[in-house]
Design a protein around this ligand. Structure first.
Ligand code: DGL
Length: 260
């Protein structure tokens, strides 16, 4: 029997990818797993993070007998993708900042990369820029505060407008920037608020559709959808349960990764 496509993130960010996956593969069963006990990932040490991601993903894949794993997290993918692919025997689709389409879209050649502290600093990100945007100027903006804002938003809590303004304020310093890469899967969840708060008009680019396209190419024949899809969390949290059910994920159960 075929298993679901399992979507993984530190928190609710992967839900922005779930929306794209459901548009492209409406019949596929999905699972969702988030390591909310350890959120945020973006400020954690690399060595610890690799081990943690491996432990949570291995446990979650085994639990739902997933046939495909989608790492819907830039912070995890830019660090642990090779390791995950080496250790798991199912296709693993990663998420990396959408530098390539942004470079194609920009008319000025000045991009902003809005992501976690970890993602903006990763060698993987530099390699992406070297390969796909060598002619562009890329302003890197670490915006870890927006991760918390997206978590609040999905829980139905009010956004802190000041946090949004502060995260976007550096855009005003370079009037040549015309394209903003949302390099954290949490950020597309805030898209409307970001557009309304930004100090100018920009192209806003994220990776959701590209991940869905890639998943459709590599997924083994996914299991047919059973309603509702299943979710796993590493810490129980009422607000998160409500948010997940709004995205059609059933009452999540607790996953206890073995971190030996
Ligand atoms: N959603 C994750 C990403 O795409 C990171 C959020 C976090 O810092 O935990 O990078």
């Amino acid at each position: 029997m075929a298993g679901p496509i399992l979507v993984f993130d530190s928190g609710v960010g992967g839900l922005s990818v779930v929306s794209a996956l459901r548009r492209r593969l409406p019949e596929a069963a999905l699972g969702y797993c988030c390591d909310n006990a350890m959120l945020p990932y973006g400020t954690r040490a690399d060595g610890w993070l690799v081990e943690r991601i491996m432990a949570v993903c291995s446990a979650a894949v085994a639990e739902v007998e997933a046939d495909t794993l989608v790492i819907a997290c830039n912070t995890a993918s830019t660090l642990a993708l090779d390791e995950l692919r080496a250790r798991l025997d199912i296709p693993v689709v990663g998420t990396v900042p959408a530098i390539k389409p942004a470079a194609q879209l920009s008319r000025t050649g000045h991009l902003a990369l809005l992501a976690t502290s970890a993602t903006v600093a990763r060698p993987y990100t530099q390699r992406l820029i070297n390969s796909y945007a060598p002619h562009c100027r890329v302003t890197r903006l670490a915006a870890d505060a927006l991760v918390r804002q997206a978590e609040c938003w999905v829980r139905g809590e009010a956004l802190d407008e000041r946090a949004l303004r502060e995260a976007l304020a550096p855009l005003a310093e370079d009037p040549e920037i015309d394209t903003v890469v949302l390099g954290c899967t949490h950020f597309p969840l805030l898209r409307d608020a970001l557009v309304a708060t930004a100090p100018g008009d920009y192209n806003w680019v994220d990776s959701g559709e590209a991940i869905a396209r890639r998943t459709a190419q590599v997924a083994r024949q996914p299991a047919p959808r059973s309603l509702p899809d299943q979710a796993m969390v590493t810490a129980l949290d009422e607000g998160l349960t409500r948010g997940l059910s709004a995205y059609r994920f059933a009452c999540p159960h607790l996953l206890d990764p073995t971190t030996d």
